[in-house]
Design a protein. Structure first.
Length: 286
């Protein structure tokens, strides 16, 4: 027997998600126009790279007829490897350069706050939100990451485009996974445009915030950014264990333990290649 109330609710959430996606896309156009006019060309590029990456991955996730565990592992692994390397190479030295002790405290604070926000974010499952819970978490995550990116780019003399691209690299696999789950419950993939646009809008808005010249304070801010990025990157490290998201995405054909053992090799290889890609890109642009 069909649950008509549940079906109606799914349609309502899908429609609201589509509306939010369209509105957020319009906000991104306005924000990136401002970035272009004020000479924030790096943020202009980062905003649209993040938007395109997450939107395309979300479209693909919404149209994937069955689970693709290998795609999930490689997407997460490449993004995690790239982000860990980028945070360690591009942001951590900035924090330590501002103040070695307060920069370290900032890193610890970012890791702890990232963990706390991620853990408490699951309370969103108990709230009546206009979009799916996983997309709501992804949106909050995207806005927070975008805000930190904006502060960094607004206060670093030459941050370079590579840092921003590496930071937003995890948005594509995140969008794919979130929309794949959302679409499986009858949602529309266009809802992913909300978090996709949130990165750029938040980054451009926060880039106008000028930090004080105090070295300890700047060390804490840059250290905090490093810690948050490292937490996000480690959260994307593929976990090929019983009960993990990777295990849940298996089609449960054959021996799950054997499949997970094979996927562990893919997880290690993908994270290594993600870090290597950042290193090779740095060699090219350095």
């Amino acid at each position: 027997m069909t649950d008509h109330s549940a079906t109606t609710a799914d349609v309502g959430v899908s429609g609201r998600g589509r509306t939010l996606g369209v509105v957020s896309g319009a906000l991104l156009v306005a924000a990136t126009a401002l970035a272009f006019l004020t000479g924030r060309f790096h943020l202009f590029a980062i905003a649209w790279i993040a938007f395109a990456g997450m939107a395309v991955a979300g479209w693909f996730g919404g149209r994937t007829p069955s689970t693709h565990t290998g795609t999930l592992v490689w997407g997460y692994g490449l993004a995690a490897g790239a982000m860990i390397t980028s945070a360690a190479v591009f942001v951590l030295p900035q924090a330590m350069g501002q103040h070695p002790v307060f920069g370290g405290f900032g890193v610890a604070l970012g890791l702890l706050v990232g963990y706390g926000a991620h853990t408490l974010g699951h309370r969103l499952a108990h709230m009546d939100l206009p979009i799916d819970r996983s997309l709501a978490e992804l949106t909050a995550h995207a806005v927070a990451a975008g805000a930190i990116i904006g502060v960094i780019y607004g206060n670093m003399p030459e941050p370079g485009l590579l840092l921003g691209v590496a930071i937003v690299s995890h948005k594509a696999p995140a969008g794919y996974a979130a929309v794949h789950r959302f679409a499986g419950r009858g949602g529309d993939w266009t809802a992913v445009l909300l978090p996709a646009a949130g990165v750029g809008v938040a980054a451009i808005a926060s880039s106008f915030l000028a930090l004080p010249t105090s070295a300890p304070l700047r060390g804490v801010v840059f250290g905090f950014a490093t810690g948050v990025f490292l937490h996000v990157a480690m959260d994307f490290l593929p976990e090929c264990e019983i009960g993990s998201e990777v295990h849940e995405s298996l089609e449960h054909e054959g021996d799950a333990h054997a499949l997970l053992d094979r996927l562990r090799l893919h997880a290690v290889a993908s994270t290594a290649l993600g870090g290597l890609a950042v290193f090779l890109a740095w060699l090219v642009v350095a």
